[in-house]
Design a protein around this ligand. Structure first.
Ligand SMILES: CC(=O)N[C@H]1[C@@H](OP(=O)(O)OP(=O)(O)OC[C@H]2O[C@@H](n3ccc(=O)[nH]c3=O)[C@H](O)[C@@H]2O)O[C@H](CO)[C@@H](O)[C@@H]1O
Ligand SMILES: C=C(OP(=O)(O)O)C(=O)O
Length: 424
């Protein structure tokens, strides 16, 4: 198993190109199931999750080809048996989103219940209610969801009782091929939702209102292929921005959509970090200025992203005073707190609140990655710490950060990946 060795205390300086968004790419990949023509995705991140989703799609009969220049070619000309086995679904969340497109195109599907980061219970009841509202019959059997709609899906009215990114996307992915109109209310408004809607429209769908709480979808008989460029990854953007703030220095992030991270920019500015946004760049600068504590509360977009909460907590360990971090999306998303404590952080967790008392002089230590964003918060802390930090269980990081060590070392970080046999 790989691990990452960081010798910290070096300011970051230089340029980092941001990849396409994992969380968008995965749902766009699922959209390839909706058409018998090729879907060509540009600005595709090469990640463990996208490879894994590719394996699932290939199992379902889609031709999947990685091409030069961050291009992924997907062609579901004829699909195989619509069965997504446990082993191909359990590792991540987004794999579950193949259920809706399969039922929409083939009238039936059997898909294992999903996995994903262990950050809460993460039920899929809203996904299933949405599919039922579109006329699918749903049964649960031995860890699998069996969905059927032999005469096709029909448009429906769905009002989500809580905002869910995955359920909003799932309903969209199914309703585009349903007969008649679907109205989705209380939808998630994340940039990935708009990216998916725009791609579906490029394939001939009729989706309006994405990015607002109400989405209207007029079903069409068939969708065509399309070429689509994945939206920049706002979580990767935010992660490197926080890393630059934590180590000090000056880093320009390119290929970004700065408007997708407004809540973070505002929190960083409050902390005393320089944030300069351009059309598709953002420059983060901190040269010796102390950090001020900032309270944050995670919320659906446009609020502070839960996927940046762990990274921001790492930064706040360096701030001069106490900051309060409230997690409102997932009930078990503070697993990084005890790991950050190994580096000297002082964090008290009570329920969904964490009080971070800074400033501390972080000192390197061996730590264990527990989930994707928690892992990268340990990398950030390691970069800011004096001495050596060893991050174990790097496979979590590989799910969501493309070329992490390369991107950071080009900016002056001392960070290397070690294979287990090299460390014996
Ligand atoms: C692959 C992907 O895109 N993952 C992202 C997606 O996850 P995901 O789509 O799983 O997150 P949701 O927005 O659905 O989850 C929000 C909340 O709703 C709850 N819920 C969700 C569905 C459901 O059927 N029932 C239910 O109760 C969840 O447990 C959670 O408490 O959005 C999250 C919130 O921005 C991000 O942290 C994840 O990185
Ligand atoms: C929680 C995440 O992923 P998943 O939903 O696949 O677990 C994430 O991207 O931070």
């Amino acid at each position: 198993m790989d691990r990452i060795r960081i010798r910290g205390g070096k300011p970051l300086s230089g340029e980092i190109r941001i990849s396409g968004a994992k969380n968008s790419a995965l749902k766009l990949m699922a959209a390839s199931l909706l058409t018998d023509e090729p879907l060509i995705l540009r600005n595709m991140p090469r990640l463990a999750d996208t490879r894994f989703m590719g394996q699932l799609l290939a199992h379902l009969g889609v031709r999947v080809e990685e091409r030069d220049g961050a291009v992924l070619f997907l062609h579901g000309q004829t699909l195989s048996e619509p069965f997504a086995p446990y082993d191909l679904v359990r590792k991540m969340r987004a794999t579950f989103n193949v259920l809706g497109p399969l039922v929409a195109r083939l009238g039936k599907a059997k898909v294992s219940l999903p996995g994903g980061c262990a950050i809460g219970a993460r039920p899929v009841d809203l996904h299933l209610k949405a599919l039922e509202a579109l006329g699918a019959r749903i049964e649960l059997e031995e860890g699998y969801v069996l969905a059927s709609a032999p005469d096709g899906l029909t448009g429906g009215q769905i009002s989500f009782p809580m905002v869910s990114v995955g359920a909003t996307e799932h309903a969209m992915l199914a309703a585009v091929l349903a007969r008649g109109e679907t109205i989705l209310e209380n939808c998630a408004r994340e940039p990935e939702i708009s990216d998916l809607a725009d791609c579906l429209n490029a394939m001939g769908a009729d989706v309006t209102g994405a990015g607002t709480p109400t989405i209207a979808i007029r079903g069409v008989e068939r969708l065509s292929g399309a070429t689509w460029s994945v939206v920049p990854d706002r979580i990767e953007t935010g992660t490197y921005a926080i890393a630059a703030a934590a180590t000090g220095g000056r880093v320009t992030l390119t290929n970004v959509a700065p408007q997708h991270n407004r809540a973070l920019w505002s929190a960083l500015k409050q902390a005393g970090v320089g944030v300069e946004t351009g059309e598709d760049t953002v420059t983060i600068a901190r040269n010796g200025t102390p950090l001020s504590p900032v309270d944050i509360q995670t919320a659906p977009w446009p609020g502070f992203a839960t996927d940046l909460q762990a990274q921001f907590m790492a930064l706040m360990t360096l701030a001069e005073g106490a900051s309060l971090i409230r997690e409102t999306i997932f009930e078990n998303r503070f697993m990084h707190a005890p790991e950050l404590a190994r580096l000297g952080a002082r964090i008290d967790v009570h329920g969904n609140e964490a009080v971070v008392r800074g400033p501390v002089s972080l000192k390197g230590a061996p730590v264990m990655a527990t989930d994707l964003r928690a892992s990268v918060s340990l990398v950030i802390a390691g970069l800011a710490a004096s001495g050596e930090t060893l991050v174990n269980r790097v496979y979590h990081l590989d799910r969501g950060f493309e070329h992490l060590e390369d991107k950071l070392s080009r900016c002056g970080a001392d960070i290397v990946r070690e294979r287990e046999q090299e460390t014996r």
